[in-house]
Design a protein around this ligand. Structure first.
Ligand code: ATP
Ligand code: MN
Length: 477
């Protein structure tokens, strides 16, 4: 808490800085307050005073400041305030006679910190396209939408940590730079200090012994393999951090840098994994609804009609659980025309996933037991020999939000799977050691933070739910 001390009648009175969120509550009426933030609008009344709308990021809504012409800097400064100017306001919170607000602030002083020339300040207009705002990553947090996204993203992160901490999980930190590639998770960014104009070679191959790490290294695509190490020692753990995939896909659901939560649990089988993931998602969405109710009303009204009801529905529904094989039958019998044909043994495309969750079941769907040929080596092989204990959770609009599996804990089966996928066992010696010494059944999954925020807010493009989106051709700011 910060206090402004000023003298009044010989007494030192401590004036507390009050957030706009607090100043808007009727319980604050009658209090003196100092508020600090940015002007959204100014309106001058004929009666010789001005209304200022002030926002400080603590709530979607502004608080209204009433600035009388008696203020010493009224003519020289206050009457020139425009959108984007920064101020400190001191005054009294009062009940407001106006509609749509419980309180307003009668200013006793307004100090201007920074001007924002209306001739050049880009956020003059009330509404800008999200595409245009992507070119203004430094200013878009000042808009209603991006402020609300930031608050929802924060609420999701808090909920993630609270959920796992309450469940007794340990938060662990896998490396960002790695030499292992979590087979198949995605295209990797290389990390190197070699001079790209003069790459050292032995024959035609790059001589990585001259590189920083002595070998090819990459930005991580997943912390799963490292999380398994800790789960196989400490029980229940989770990672939560940035993840990188150099997939050249310009979609509305893919980023080159995104945040992923990856819980990993010893002694969990696939059903336990699904139960945990379902409880986890429901918890996140109900926390967002209660922590960000004003922001969620805004998304419901302005971004996606019905998104609040959708989240409430998810929080209270039972997810559909369905083997991949049955999903293929449903899709084949659906009569829907897909761009890509549905065939057992092929990966489902986004259009198939969306059909299942949006049209057929109209709620989140957990697909499990996928063909072994399309899934990574670490997923546990079922007794049928054809499928593995994989699970994906699909939600309307976004499609896949969670991908996970029960891991193969049997050394012989795991080695066989690695051979099948032409992986060098020497490169995974430590991963195999986990099966050699005290192996246990275990499971985990990955949840993409941005996909959660996308689903929760209804924002159409994933680039608008991360502060600085990294996508092909853009790493500017
Ligand atoms: P997709 O099929 O959608 O490309 P994936 O199967 O490659 O995803 P996983 O490797 O299973 O994804 O990763 C786990 C989770 O991480 C996904 O369910 C998704 O929520 C998220 N995710 C994966 N790739 C991306 C990406 N490029 N951008 C944002 N989130 C992602
Ligand atoms: Mn996946």
């Amino acid at each position: 808490m910060e206090y402004a001390k000023f003298a009044m009648g010989g007494n030192i009175i401590a004036m507390q800085t009050m957030t706009v969120a607090r100043a808007r509550q009727s319980a604050s009426a009658g209090q003196s307050a100092r508020l600090q933030g940015w002007i959204r609008t100014r309106r001058d009344s004929k009666g010789g005073f001005s209304f200022l709308e002030l926002n400080d990021g603590t709530s979607l809504d502004n608080v209204q400041i009433i600035a009388d012409a008696q203020l010493p800097n009224y003519e020289s400064e206050i009457k020139h305030l425009t959108a984007g100017c920064s101020v400190t306001v001191e005054g009294d919170v009062k009940e407001s006679p106006a509609k749509g607000q419980e309180t307003e602030v009668q200013a006793s002083s307004i100090v201007v910190h920074g001007w924002a020339d209306p001739e050049t300040y880009p956020l003059q207009k009330k509404r800008h396209s999200f595409e245009f705002l992507r070119t203004l990553a430094h200013l878009r947090p000042r808009t209603n939408t991006f402020g609300a996204v930031a608050r929802v993203r924060n609420a999701v992160c808090r909920s993630i940590h609270q959920f796992f901490q309450e469940e007794g999980f340990l938060y662990i930190h896998p490396p960002i730079i790695t030499a292992s590639d979590c087979e198949g998770a995605g295209e990797m960014f290389k990390v190197t200090t070699l001079d790209l104009a003069r790459v050292p070679k032995t024959g035609s191959a790059v001589d990585f012994t001259q590189d920083f790490f002595d070998r090819p290294s990459y930005l991580t695509v997943s912390g799963q393999l490292e999380a398994e190490i800790f789960a196989c020692a400490l029980g229940k753990v989770y990672t939560f951090g940035p993840t990188f995939r150099a997939e050249n896909s310009n979609t509305s659901r893919h980023l080159a840098e995104f945040w992923m939560v990856e819980p990993e649990m010893a002694f969990f089988e696939l059903n336990d994994n699904m139960d945990l993931a379902e409880r986890f998602l429901k918890r996140i969405f109900s926390d967002v609804l209660s922590a960000c109710s004003d922001d969620m009303q805004f998304f419901d009204k302005r971004i996606e009609k019905g998104v609040v009801a959708t989240l409430e529905g998810v929080a209270n529904s039972q997810f559909e659980r369905l083997p991949y094989t049955e999903a293929v039958d449903i899709l084949k019998g659906s009569g829907a025309s897909f761009e890509y044909p549905v065939e057992w043994g092929h990966d489902l495309q986004a259009e198939h996933e969306r059909y299942l969750t949006e049209q057929h079941f109209k709620k989140p769907v957990i697909l499990f037991d996928y063909p072994r040929s399309i899934k990574p080596f670490y997923m546990r092989v079922n007794d049928d020999g054809r499928t593995v204990r994989a699970m994906d959770i699909l939600v309307p609009k976004v499609g896949e939000i969670v991908g996970g599996s029960q891991r193969e804990e049997r050394l012989d089966v795991l080695s066989e799977r690695m051979a099948e996928q032409q992986l060098d066992p020497d490169a995974y010696w430590w991963y195999l050691d986990l099966r050699r010494y005290g192996t246990v059944p275990h499971s985990g999954f990955g949840l993409g933070l941005e996909r959660v925020v996308q689903f929760a807010t209804g924002m159409a493009n994933i680039r608008d739910v991360i502060p600085f989106p990294r996508v092909p051709g853009n790493a500017d700011f």
